[in-house]
Design a protein around this ligand. Sequence first.
Ligand code: NAP
Length: 238
Amino acid sequence: MRVLITGASSGIGRATSEKLLADGHQVIGLARDFDKFPCSDKNFITHSIDLADLDKLPARLKELTVHYPDLDALVLNAGRGQFGDLEQFSYEQIRALTDLNFTSHTFVARAFVPQMKRARHGHLIFTGSEAALTGTQKGSLYCAAKFALRGFAQALRAETARSGLRVTLINPGMVQSPFFDELDFQPGDDADNYILPEDVAEVITQALMARDGTVIDEINLSPQKKVRTSRRNKEGKQ
Ligand SMILES: NC(=O)c1ccc[n+]([C@@H]2O[C@H](COP(=O)([O-])OP(=O)(O)OC[C@H]3O[C@@H](n4cnc5c(N)ncnc54)[C@H](OP(=O)(O)O)[C@@H]3O)[C@@H](O)[C@H]2O)c1
């Protein structure tokens, strides 16, 4: 299987790449910086690309569709968290967050869906979030992008079903990953308070390997408990 994964340099995308490579598949990884994921597997091909740069994205995607006309699946996973009251965001920050967390995925899908439809074969897996299911305090923009992604995935599922495409949305709760590096909260230390990137990778792989004709539409997975700690609390600076 040949799978293109966005956000393959870290966290969920990295774990999914590692799992698929270990199982003998080929992975095309997209992210800005792969220095943090040195990988010598000959089946791992990387392209450094800023998915939030929407002006340049169509041309970059066009090159990729020419290079990879026969993908079996896309894992549309790149994203970042930014949380706060609405007025704490500049207009530019609102646009940048939405460009990456929502619009870039629609561009990647727009680029590859036509050839998948022609082949009557292809699977799009989106990394949503529990934030795609419930709006939460300080999450107006992050939740809005993830809600939009969920609507997009559901509509695309209906639109492409007769063309033989599969669309899956995975909604994780808190995953212990570098996602939290720049945030002022993180999952509690106890292992019941987070899921691991490898747990999400396992679910993505299961969805990919489902029998032809079966589509796993949507999966929610979350830690047993949902305790967050503030970084200031944790570092004793409160
Ligand atoms: N961690 C959680 O608790 C959690 C929960 C639910 C859903 N999610 C979602 O899961 C997805 C992956 O998150 P993660 O937890 O794995 O976080 P992560 O470890 O920070 O990984 C984020 C990935 O996105 C890539 N990325 C970020 N900005 C990019 C840009 N402008 N262009 C291209 N790639 C970019 C990063 O690569 P570079 O920095 O190298 O560009 C990295 O590979 C995100 O969509 C996130 O919203 C996370």
